[in-house]
Design a protein around this ligand. Structure first.
Ligand code: AMP
Ligand code: ZN
Length: 498
C-alpha cells in the first residue's frame, strides 16, 4: 500500500507550498481548526465575495472528505466595526447601509445575513460549523483589548479610540512578504497617509469612541468608554473563542494580506504569545480576486454582479459554482459572460453524458451507497480505477481544481459502473454541481419564454427572497393567467407553457 499522499498548501506566511501537517498529529488537538473571514453584511454579496466563500467551502471539503480529518470550520459575519476606510476613518459600513436603505443598522444586518445564507444554499455551500456574529462577541473583544492594554501594546487618542502600537509588535506585517520591513518603513515614511493622532501609519483601532455629540447605532458600553470595536479584533476574539489560541488554517481574500490579516496576527500573537516554531496559525491561505472583463469589479462600474443578477440572466448558481472550479483559487480569475456560458454548457454536457450512461447501464444512482471519504471509496473500488488517485492528487496539490475538472471527460465518456460511482461521490462531496439530476432549464427553453413572463418570474424570485409571499403568490397568479406555469427547483425556477 503506497504511503498516503499529503495535502500541500500555499502558505502566505512562508511564501511557499508546504506539506499540511495539522496540530492533531503532534499535539492534543481534537480537530483540524479553520477560520475564514466571512461577509460584511451591509449589502448583497458580489460574485467576488462568493469566490471567497467557495474557496472556504473547497478547503473545508478537501480537509474533511479527501483527507478524512475531523474538521471544525468557522466563518464569521461582520455586523459592526468595518469602516469604509481601512485607515480607521470613515463610516461604519452597516450604518452607511442603514442610511442608504432608510432602515436601522440592525435591520440591514438581518436583511443581508438572510441573503448571504440563501446564497450559500443556492451555491451548495454547506453551512460552516460555527458562524459567529461580531455583535454577539463584544465582551470577548473588550477582554482581548484589555489584555493588550495590560501588556502595553496600546495607546489612546482622545475623542477617537484605543489604538494598537504596531511598532511594539514583533515582526509586524510579516505576512506581506520577505521585504515586509521595507514596506512598513516606506508606509511610515509616506506623506500621503492621514495619521490623525496615530504614532505610526500601520497602527490601527481596537476600539473607536462614539463622537460625544452623536449617537452611533451600533455603539456599546465598555470600561474605556462608549463606542464600538475596530474591525480586526473580532476575528482574533472569535477565532480564539471557537478554535483556541492556536489552530491550523486561516483563510480570506487576498485583499486581507496587507491590512486586516497583519493586524489580526499582531493582536493575537501579542495577546497570546508565540514563537517561531509555534505560530498562532500554521497556514495562512488567501484566495486571489475575481475580476470582471479583465478589470476591477465595482459598484460604480456596474459590474459588481450578485447571484440574483446572474439568475435573472438565466444562469443557475451551480453554473457559477462550476465556473469557480475552472481556476485555481490562488490565481486571479476573470469573469466574462463567455466564460460563464462555457461553464454552463460544460455542466450541461456532463449531465447529458451521465444521463445516457445511467440509462445504458440501467443504473439507479440513488441505490449506490457511498462512503464519506475518498480513502474509503478507494478501498471499495478495483485497483485499476486510477482516476480516483488522480482526483486525490489534484485536490491535494494546493486545491488544484482545474486539474480536477480536466479529469471529468475521461470519467463520463462511456464510463464503467465504478467510474460512475466515483463521479457520484465527487459530485456529492466536492463538486456539488448536481451532475446526476438536470433541473436547470436549457437556454433554448429560456428563450422560448417571453421577456414579460421572465420579468414577472424574476420579480417573484426577489419577492420570495424578501419573504414577501403575498406578492410572490400574486406574481405567480399573473404568470398563470398569461398561460405559463412556474415551478421552484434547486437553484432557481422553471417555467413552462401550459
Ligand atoms: P467583505 O464582505 O467585503 O468583508 O468580503 C468577504 C470576503 O470576500 C473576504 O474574504 C474578502 O477578502 C473576499 N472578497 C472581496 N472581494 C473579492 C473578489 N473580488 N474576489 C475574491 N474575493 C473577494
Ligand atoms: Zn477577518
Amino acid at each position: 500500500m503506497p504511503e498516503k499522499r499529503r495535502l500541500q498548501v500555499y502558505n502566505t506566511l512562508t511564501h511557499q507550498k508546504e506539506n499540511f501537517i495539522p496540530l492533531l498529529e503532534s499535539e492534543q488537538a481534537e480537530f483540524v481548526g479553520m477560520y475564514s473571514c466571512g461577509p460584511t453584511v451591509y449589502r448583497s454579496p458580489t460574485i467576488g465575495n462568493y469566490r471567497a466563500f467557495f474557496t472556504a467551502d473547497l478547503i473545508r471539503n478537501v480537509l474533511k472528505y479527501i483527507c478524512g480529518y475531523p474538521v471544525k470550520a468557522v466563518m464569521n459575519l461582520t455586523d459592526v466595526g468595518h469602516l469604509t476606510d481601512d485607515g480607521d476613518h470613515g463610516e461604519d459600513k452597516l450604518e452607511k447601509g442603514a442610511k442608504r436603505e432608510g432602515i436601522s443598522a440592525r435591520e440591514v444586518a438581518k436583511k443581508y445575513e438572510e441573503e448571504f445564507f440563501n446564497g450559500l444554499e443556492k451555491m451548495h455551500i454547506e453551512r460552516f460549523d460555527v458562524m459567529p456574529k461580531a455583535t454577539d462577541h463584544i465582551q470577548q473583544q473588550i477582554e482581548m483589548i484589555q489584555a493588550l492594554e495590560e501588556k502595553g501594546y496600546t495607546y489612546t487618542i482622545p475623542n477617537d479610540g484605543i489604538y494598537m502600537d504596531s511598532s511594539k509588535v514583533r515582526e509586524y506585517g510579516k505576512l506581506m512578504g520577505p521585504n515586509y520591513k521595507k514596506r512598513i518603513e516606506n508606509l511610515n515614511a509616506g506623506e500621503r497617509v492621514e495619521m490623525g493622532g496615530k504614532k505610526n501609519a500601520t497602527d490601527f483601532a481596537l476600539w473607536k469612541f462614539s463622537p460625544t455629540q452623536e449617537k452611533r447605532q451600533m455603539e456599546r458600553d465598555s470600561p474605556r468608554g462608549i463606542g464600538f470595536p475596530g474591525w480586526h479584533i473580532e476575528c482574533s476574539a472569535m477565532s480564539s473563542e471557537y478554535l483556541g489560541k492556536r489552530f491550523d488554517l486561516h483563510h480570506g481574500g487576498a485583499d486581507h494580506i496587507t491590512v486586516h490579516h497583519p493586524n489580526e496576527i499582531a493582536q493575537s500573537e501579542s495577546a497570546f504569545g508565540y514563537d517561531e516554531k509555534h505560530p498562532r496559525v500554521n497556514y495562512r491561505v488567501h484566495n486571489q480576486f475575481l475580476q470582471v472583463d479583465g478589470g476591477k469589479m465595482g459598484k460604480s462600474l456596474g459590474n459588481a454582479y450578485t447571484l440574483e443578477d446572474l439568475e435573472a440572466k438565466g444562469y443557475s448558481p451551480l453554473d457559477l459554482r462550476y465556473f469557480y472550479f475552472m481556476a485555481q483559487y490562488a490565481n486571479f480569475q476573470n469573469f466574462t459572460r463567455d466564460a460563464l456560458d462555457q461553464a454552463k454548457s460544460t455542466r450541461k454536457n456532463l449531465q447529458k453524458k451521465i444521463e445516457k450512461a445511467v440509462k445504458e447501464l440501467s443504473l439507479d444512482p440513488n441505490s449506490f451507497s457511498l462512503p464519506t471519504t475518498l480513502q474509503d471509496l478507494i478501498k471499495e473500488l478495483p485497483t485499476q480505477e486510477t482516476t480516483i488517485l488522480a482526483i486525490d492528487e489534484a485536490l491535494k496539490d494546493d486545491f488544484n481544481t482545474p486539474k480536477l475538472i480536466a479529469l471529468l471527460p475521461t470519467l463520463v465518456n462511456s464510463p464503467t459502473i465504478e467510474q460512475l460511482k466515483v463521479v457520484l461521490w465527487l459530485d456529492q462531496y466536492i463538486l456539488k454541481i448536481w451532475l446526476f439530476e438536470d433541473n436547470t432549464p436549457s437556454s433554448s427553453e429560456i428563450s422560448e419564454i417571453p421577456a414579460e413572463i421572465m420579468d414577472l418570474a424574476n420579480q417573484r424570485a426577489t419577492a420570495k427572497a424578501e419573504k414577501n409571499y403575498t406578492l410572490a403568490d400574486e406574481l405567480r397568479n399573473q404568470i398563470q393567467e398569461k398561460g405559463y406555469d412556474i415551478k421552484d427547483i434547486p437553484g432557481g425556477f422553471e417555467i413552462k407553457k401550459v
